[in-house]
Design a protein around this ligand. Structure first.
Ligand code: AMP
Length: 139
């Protein structure tokens, strides 16, 4: 398995070297908004400790991340009065992964509304407003 790259973009976010719209954090995990949101409220959950993806993560990393995914999925569903929530997660390039620090996508969904195509930069002010709605819906 390829070694963890400490210069990946999410490692830089964790070190505070580049900005992110943070929504929630605890000792083990961080949740922040995706800059290319495929739905309103699209966010990412990552462990604070290094691992590339599900394939090299420890059971403890997976357990803490999934607990935060559930917390944020519930908050995002409430914040957007969503009918449901899509959770996505990719492993290695062949599996669709582009950033090699374990992350889960949390995407609140509305009935009959498709996700936007990938790779489209979101509006910063709109993303910030969506983050605030999710923060307000957290327990
Ligand atoms: P993937 O590895 O395929 O799950 O895709 C990486 C995801 O990270 C994409 O949804 C990107 O929009 C998102 N992304 C990339 N750079 C940043 C960043 N600096 N802040 C927030 N999200 C990012």
């Amino acid at each position: 398995m390829t070694a963890y790259d400490t210069e990946n973009i999410f490692a830089k976010i964790l070190r505070g070297e580049i900005p992110a719209t943070r929504v929630y954090e605890d000792d083990e995990t961080l949740a922040f908004m995706d800059i290319m949101p495929r739905t309103d409220g699209h966010l990412l959950v990552i462990p604070k400790t290094p691992c590339r993806n599900v394939l090299d993560a420890t059971p403890e990393q997976l357990a803490s991340v999934i607990a935060t995914v559930q917390k944020l999925a519930r908050a995002a569903k409430t914040a957007f009065d969503a009918g449901g929530v899509t959770i996505q997660q990719f492993n290695e390039a062949a599996g669709g992964q582009e950033v090699f620090h374990l992350h889960f996508h949390v995407l609140p969904r509305q009935d009959g509304v498709s996700m936007r195509p990938p790779g489209q930069m979101g509006d910063f002010d709109e993303i910030a407003a969506h983050a605030e709605k999710i923060r307000a819906a957290l327990d």
